[in-house]
Design a binder for this molecule. Structure first.
Ligand code: BES
Ligand code: ZN
Length: 593
């Protein structure tokens, strides 16, 4: 039976247990070319369906004998790609597929030297979640299937390859001018956690089990920004139990990385926008680290259960934050999330089915269903469960949850069955039915208040009536306080108010993207034209979708903004990641209506 609307994986068929990759990274042709060997333990037989998208399959052989196997590629489906069907002979230990990727593989971005910090060498990175691993490797591209992997990656001399795996050394490549990097991932992972990056990279040690990788020009700044990572790991271990992946390394990517972070095991991928110079954005690292448990140890069985990954992880990220920075900082983080949640609920007003936690995504591209809802609504459900049983009991529940489901992939229904078993009646008590299966946010959702938060939202509301926060408040504020203030200001503001904010708080000149983007959006929707040049600068450089979306939307407010947006997109669009390009194109298309 097929169990995942986004994969042709069939649970009656053999499952891949390990993967061996041998790949040549060809920057000239923008392809990965080589071999994937899929291993089966125990040895398997019969029909095997694999996911592929844009892959050219040259040949399939039985690994042990070299006997060639016929294969059949199905029609190219818009979201899913092409099914690759094979018939394994009796007792097959492994099959080897010779193949290459397509230059426009959705899971890869190939960067010109000019798009990197150093400007001298090209760069490549992957982003496989949710269903792009199939554009890199033929595989069962459903998180229901887990496999470990080994890889040999051959890159041009002078470049370094990193993967979501342990490094096993490097040496001269098969042809002069190349170098081969070896990796081994012992633990079984879902395909969406396969990851590769290649570029001019250096690293700095942060702790005995952690280092940060980045281009030489940013590695020192990165090491400073993330210096406290060991404290994060230790705090997360108290919450969830021991860290099971040996190392926790970080990679800072070039500007076009479309997300804030991606929890690739052993090697979290991060946007350079986190390098704010004030350590104020490490909550993203706390989040990706927390996925080492919720997501990478216990994974969603399909994208329809994405809230199990993200809701738990946002909740965990805020528990880590509370342990390190206290109750007030934590309440502010929930308030920032609340605004993001409201924005997503508004965006999906006409698609309420995407505001459920347990979604139905048959025929829906997971990238189109992406929003803050599984994150923030999901985290609030976890908080509601915790409040209902109390913190000590919930802590025990989490430990039991990890023990039961570690290294497996589960559905919402399995989660509910386990919760019912641990705490009979709890789901009914928090009305889990409404959280999981009804749109919007339940009326009795937990809210997170604190004196500092109330003070800031009070000042923001009064601002609309002409009151201005005093110097004492402004000086006491850190990044998150200011962000909450900006998010809660009435909009649009009049131009005098915009000018007051801009000069009083030096907003247009900020380098911290969270503050800068919140301000630029507010200024654009208020018609404060003085920010346009800065908006242009930002949109030409940054490819993180979280920042592109609100700014391109805000530019849609008037004809001049729309013209600027089209102009900027024409120039900057080719440098964006494919996902970001598609998201922005969608926004520009929406202008006309
Ligand atoms: N796993 C996600 C990123 C993702 C989700 C990529 C779905 C592709 C498909 C990652 O853990 C994440 O949530 N990143 C956030 C961080 C934030 C919530 C702290 C981001 O990128 O902004
Ligand atoms: Zn996440």
């Amino acid at each position: 039976m097929r169990t995942d609307p986004h994969s042709c994986f069939d649970d009656q068929q053999p499952r891949i247990s390990r993967l061996h990759l041998r790949l040549l990274v060809d920057f000239d042709q923008r392809i990965l070319a080589g071999e994937a060997t899929l291993l089966f333990t125990p040895p398997a037989a019969g029909v095997l369906d694999l996911d592929t998208r844009g892959l050219a399959i040259h040949q399939v052989r039985v690994s042990a004998t070299g006997a060639e196997l016929p294969f059949e590629l199905g029609p190219d489906e818009p979201i899913l790609g092409r099914r690759l069907r094979l018939e394994l002979p009796a007792a097959t230990h492994g099959i080897t597929l010779a193949y290459e990727t397509s230059p426009d593989a959705a899971g890869l971005q190939w960067l010109e030297p000019a798009q990197t910090e150093g400007g001298r060498r090209p760069f490549l990175f992957s982003q496989c979640q949710a269903i792009h691993a199939r554009t890199l490797v033929p595989c069962q591209d459903s998180p229901a299937v887990r496999f470990g992997y080994d890889a040999e990656v051959v890159v041009p001399e002078g470049l370094t390859a990193v993967m979501s795996a342990g490094p096993m050394g490097d040496g001269p490549g098969p042809v002069p001018g190349t170098r081969a990097f070896h990796f081994r991932m012992p633990q079984p992972i879902p395909s969406y956690l396969l990851a590769l990056a290649v570029g001019e990279l250096e690293s700095r040690e942060l702790s005995p089990r952690s280092r940060v990788w980045a281009e030489p020009a940013v590695v020192e700044r990165a090491a400073w920004e993330f210096a406290e990572v060991e404290t994060l790991i230790a705090t997360a271990e108290q919450l969830f139990g021991p860290y099971d992946w040996e190392r926790y390394d970080l990679l800072v990517l070039p500007w076009s990385f479309p997300y804030g972070g991606m929890e690739n095991p052993r090697m979290t991928f991060l946007t350079p926008t986190l390098l704010a110079g004030d350590r104020s954005l490490v909550d993203v690292v706390a989040h990706e680290l927390a996925h080492s448990w919720t997501g990478n140890l216990v994974s969603n069985a399909t994208a329809e259960h994405f809230w199990l990954n993200e809701g738990f992880t946002v909740w965990a990220e805020r528990r880590i934050l509370r342990a390190l920075q206290g109750e007030e900082a934590c309440a502010l983080a929930w308030a920032v999330g609340q605004k993001e949640l409201e924005e997503s609920l508004e965006r999906f007003r006409d698609r309420p089915e995407l505001t459920l936690l347990r979604t139905r995504l048959d025929g829906v591209d997971p990238d189109d269903a992406f929003s803050s809802i599984p994150y923030e609504k999901g985290a609030r459900l976890v908080a509601a469960l915790e409040r209902a049983v109390g913190e000590p009991a919930f802590h025990g529940f989490l430990q039991a949850y990890m023990r039961r489901f570690r290294f497996s992939s589960i559905t919402t229904e399995q989660f509910c069955a386990f919760t019912e078993e641990q705490f009979p009646g709890l789901l009914a008590r928090v009305d889990a039915e409404a959280w999981l299966h009804q749109p919007g946010l339940p009326a009795d959702a937990p809210d997170f208040r604190s004196p500092r938060l109330d003070r800031i939202t009070g000042l923001a509301a009064a601002f609309g009536q002409g009151a201005r926060p005093g110097a004492a408040d402004l000086e006491a504020w850190g990044v998150t306080e200011l962000l909450v203030f900006l998010q809660n200001l009435p909009r649009p503001l009049d131009l005098e108010a915009c000018a007051w904010l801009d000069s009083g708080l030096q907003l247009t000149g900020r380098g911290n993207c969270e503050i800068l983007v919140a301000w630029l959006e507010l200024a654009l929707v208020s018609g404060y034209g003085a920010v346009r040049e800065r908006v242009g600068e930002l949109l030409s450089r940054v490819g993180r979708m979280k920042y592109l979306r609100p700014l391109y939307l805000a530019l849609g407010r008037d004809a001049a903004g729309r013209a600027l947006a089209r102009d900027l997109f024409r120039q900057a669009g080719p440098g964006y990641h494919g996902l970001a390009r598609r998201a922005v194109q969608g926004i520009l298309d929406g202008y006309e209506q």
